[in-house]
Design a protein around this ligand. Structure first.
Ligand SMILES: C[S@@+](CC[C@H](N)C(=O)[O-])C[C@H]1O[C@@H](n2cnc3c(N)ncnc32)[C@H](O)[C@@H]1O
Length: 305
């Protein structure tokens, strides 16, 4: 960024920070200047604004009303574009010992499938396992009208980035919870947007009561079959979820993956069989909305839990 542009950007940031911390009327914010600035700078500026406002230490300690924050975020997210998902992610496929800081192809593939099959999610509670950077869930929250969406992962840095990405997309994040479905009477919630929570959920240690507390109607996961150990713990979680009946029904489950190693896929289906879980391949969808490698073979399995 040229020096004069960077001075402009910091003036803009300061202006947002002062007005937000003083809880000034939203119409007094320099939205027009932000829009102009966003045309030549990327989502970095939006992240900086979030840091100076909603995530400002003073705001965290003495938060303004939920309504004020929600209106502010709604206004902010209208700026970049309509039906887009904006993500902050790593450029390395593995960093800080995790694969979860970057979006994987199966996440894009599952998001496309969801957009073409919104009824699978509409007015339902979705639990996502191993959410990573959050692309699939954000696409579902924006396009498929779930009632509640629980993003989950085991890695603390992944969870931190995920929370940032959720806010970046203008979704209001409820405080971390293990059982979001248990707060139906929360009156500050906007019925149009889903209840969004982020949960720290490690397949190796999560217990049956913890899983049952989410009360999911649908369970999804993308690109989580990459080594025998993860396959085994994932199947254990799926088997536990099959006992989590809601309205006398086990949740639907969709697992998307890139077929990199046929042995890993074989292990997954074999372990599903041992756990008494049958499955079928979901029909291929028509739309290709995202840029991922054409040649990689992708699959979505619908599991009968
Ligand atoms: C290859 S990444 C896929 C991320 C995302 N779903 C995507 O497709 O872009 C695998 C994800 O699974 C998570 N993961 C791996 N082992 C896990 C475990 N035992 N419990 C919970 N999450 C786990 C990782 O932290 C990572 O975010």
């Amino acid at each position: 960024m040229a020096p004069e542009e960077s001075v402009e950007a910091s003036r803009l940031l300061q202006s947002f920070e002062r007005r937000f911390l003083a809880a000034r009327a939203l119409r007094s914010f320099p939205w027009q200047s932000l829009e102009e600035k966003l045309r030549d700078s990327g989502s970095e500026l939006l992240l900086d604004i979030l840091q100076k406002t909603v995530k400002h230490p003073l705001c965290v300690k003495h938060p303004p009303s939920v309504k004020y924050v929600r209106c502010f975020l709604s206004e902010l997210i209208r700026k970049p574009s309509g039906d887009s998902v904006t993500l902050s992610e790593s450029s390395a496929i593995i960093s800080h010992g995790t694969t979860g800081l970057v979006t994987w192809n199966a996440a894009l593939y599952l998001a496309e499938w969801a957009i073409e099959n919104p009824a699978a999610f509409t007015h339902r509670t979705v639990l996502e396992l191993g959410s990573g950077a959050g692309l699939t869930g954000l696409a579902i929250c924006k396009m498929c009208h779930p009632r509640a969406y629980v993003f989950s992962d085991c890695h603390s840095l992944v969870l931190e980035q995920l929370r940032g990405n959720i806010l970046l997309n203008g979704l209001l994040l409820e405080s971390d919870a293990t059982a979001p479905a248990q707060h139906p009477g929360h009156n500050t919630h906007n019925a149009e947007s889903p209840r969004v929570t982020v949960a720290q959920l490690d397949w190796d240690i999560v217990t049956a009561p913890q899983l049952a507390a989410f009360q999911p109607d649908v369970v999804i996961a993308a690109d989580v079959l990459y080594c025998p150990e993860t396959v085994l713990s994932l199947v254990r979680v799926l088997q536990t979820l099959s006992a989590c009946q809601k309205d006398r029904q086990a949740p639907d489950a969709y697992i998307a993956f890139t077929v990199r190693n046929p042995e890993t896929c074989w292990l997954f289906t074999t372990e599903l069989g041992k756990a008494g879980i049958s499955w079928e391949a979901a029909p291929r969808h028509n739309q290709k909305l995202f840029p991922y490698e054409e040649h990689s073979e992708m699959e979505i399995l619908k599991l009968m839990l």
